[in-house]
Structure formats: C-alpha cells, structure tokens
Design a protein around this ligand. Structure first.
Ligand code: AMP
Length: 206
C-alpha cells in the first residue's frame, strides 16, 4: 500500500494514519512528527525547521523533500507507506511522483469551525505520543498510559489561524491526483472508528 493522506490540520488524518499503520502493518510517515522529533532533540534539522513549525508556516521544500526521499528509500518503506502531511503543495506532489507510484490519495475533510474546536482541545502525551483531546483525559492525564500531556506550540490559537490560512489542501494537489485516477475523499466524523470505517472502505478498493 502506497498511500497519501490529505486533509486540513486537525482533520484527524494522523490518528487515521496510525490506525491504518497498525491494522495493515504499513509504516506511518508523518513529516510533522519527524520535524517535532528533530526539534525536541535539537538536531541540525530541528534547528532549521523550528521557526517555521512554531509559526505555523511550511518548512522550506529543500528540507522537507529530502527527509521524505530518505525515508521512502529506506528498508522500512520498501513494501509501502502511509504519508501523512506530505505532499502539502504541488511542488511536493511532483517531487513525490519521482520517488514512488501512489496507489491512493485520500482526502479526509472537515469544516474550519470544527477544526478550530478540535485543535483547541488537542493534547499530546509526553510519554507515548498519543494525540488526544482534553475531553478524553483521565484525571488530566493521558487516557492510554497515564503520563502528563501538553499542548503543541502550534495548537495555540494565533498559530492555528495561520496554519489554516497557509496550510489548506491546495486544489491543484487534488486535481493532480484526480488526473491520475487515484483520488478519493471522505468527510471526517466525530468518532475515530466511524471515520476509520469510511477510510477502510476506500482502502479496500486499492
Ligand atoms: P503536522 O503535524 O502535519 O500538522 O505538521 C506540523 C508542522 O510541520 C507544520 O505546521 C509545518 O510547519 C511542518 N510540516 C509538516 N509537513 C510539512 C510539509 N509537507 N511541508 C512543509 N512543512 C511541513
């Protein structure tokens, strides 16, 4: 399975990517997670990406495309991958075309009002990386492992607005995949498993 997940920030594509990865045993490649890991560990890539990620801006192409190229060329991805957060524009989509043939580009869509609601209540677990909601915590701690949670810097209200403005799914990327006959779209629901069912119906057509 060579899958691209498209969707606005907060649509739940990361959560769906993790489920697909577990259930189909395909590696989940999230460019956002790669940047966050590098920022936390203060690597050279992290230092270069930090100001863009913190501001809700796209990280420059030369950094982003290179990390995807390296990942897709690795042993881990030789039988497939789920790309989450890449491509975010037509330049990236065309670069990806040179790296691999995509079986499906699936858009998980959601209205802006709902996105703002979700991102404002999103919390991340420091220990297990679970992306959760303030409503699901148990005694203020991660409902999966009981560790402390935090708010992503780029989930703060002023940055959310910038991400929504600068990081909407571009129509030319949608057209690019439609022209290749690999595009599908679903609407996110308010339940993870309900959305997964819709995702899985699409995956079964690959
Ligand atoms: P995400 O976790 O996908 O919301 O990504 C978090 C942040 O990482 C984004 O706001 C961007 O700053 C950066 N980022 C992730 N993927 C890309 C990409 N494909 N191109 C440029 N920047 C990206």
């Amino acid at each position: 399975m060579r899958l691209v997940l498209l969707g606005p920030v907060g649509s739940g594509k990361g959560t769906q990517a993790k489920l697909i990865s577990e259930r189909y045993n395909v590696p989940h490649i999230s460019t956002g997670e790669i940047f966050r890991w590098n920022i936390q560990n203060n690597t050279e890539l992290g230092q270069q990406a930090k100001k863009f990620v913190d501001a809700g801006e796209l990280v420059p192409e030369e950094l982003t495309i290179k990390i995807v190229e390296d990942k897709l060329a690795s042993e881990e991805c030789k039988n497939g991958f789920i790309l989450d957060g890449f491509p975010r524009n037509l330049v990236q989509a065309k670069a990806l075309e040179k790296m691999a043939t995509i079986d499906k580009a699936l858009l998980i869509d959601l209205e802006e009002e709902e996105i703002i609601k979700r991102l404002s209540s999103r919390r991340m677990c420091r220990a297990c990386g679970n992306s959760t909601s303030v409503d699901w915590l148990v005694d203020g701690k991660c409902e999966k492992c009981g560790a402390e949670v935090y708010i992503r810097d780029d989930d703060k209200p002023e940055v959310i607005k910038n991400r929504l403005k600068k990081q909407a799914v571009p129509q030319d990327v949608v057209e690019f995949y439609k022209n290749k006959n690999v595009f599908s779209a679903i609407h996110a629901t308010d339940e993870i498993e309900k959305t997964y069912k819709l995702v899985d119906e699409v995956l079964k057509t690959i």
